[in-house]
Every structure is written in C-alpha cells, then in structure tokens.
Design a protein around this ligand. Structure first.
Ligand code: FES
Length: 95
C-alpha cells in the first residue's frame, strides 16, 4: 500500500503492474492523483499542470520527469519542481 498523508492510501495491487516510467491515474476522495514509477520508487502528484491545467496523466515520464502533453512543461516527480525552459526552445525574434 502506498500511504501518503495528502493522497491517502492506494492498494498495492493497483500498482503492481506499473513499470518504470509508467504513470497511472487514480480518483481518491474526489481528487485526481497520478502515481508514477521511477527507478527510485513510486511518486504521487496531482493531475493538473501548473501552466494551464492539462492532465499530467496523459503526459510522459522519463528519468524522474513528467512532461505535460499540452505545451511541454517538465516537472520533477520527486519534488514537484518545474524544470527550467531550455534556451533553444525560445523563439527567434525577427523584428
Ligand atoms: S498546460 Fe501544461 S505546459 Fe501548458
């Protein structure tokens, strides 16, 4: 069982098929919670991108980072921090 004071409890049988870099959406007490499996273990976070609210359950997890499916924001799944935007992603201004 995954116990978290904020998330609540998720039965382990619901997580047994989860492989590394996979994510699964749960609805717990009216909240949408995403559980992701990384090399270091399981991590839970709310299913809402801080940019414009996309479902992170539809995103991709790689190496401890979840990428939002709408505009590509990336979050560290272990501590929730947003990863800095890379310089090469900025537009080149023409005027
Ligand atoms: S809604 Fe997630 S990056 Fe825009």
């Amino acid at each position: 069982m995954l116990n978290n004071p904020i998330v609540g409890s998720i039965e382990l049988r619901n997580l047994q098929t989860l492989k590394t870099n996979q994510i699964k959406l749960f609805r717990i007490n009216g909240r949408r919670i995403v559980v992701a499996k990384a090399e270091e273990g399981l991590f839970a976070f709310e299913d809402r991108c801080t940019h414009q609210g996309a479902s992170l359950a539809d995103g991709v997890v790689i190496c401890g980072t979840v990428q939002c499916p709408w505009h590509g924001s990336q979050f560290n799944i272990k501590n929730g921090t947003v990863k800095p935007v890379r310089q090469e992603r900025q537009l080149k201004r023409l005027s």
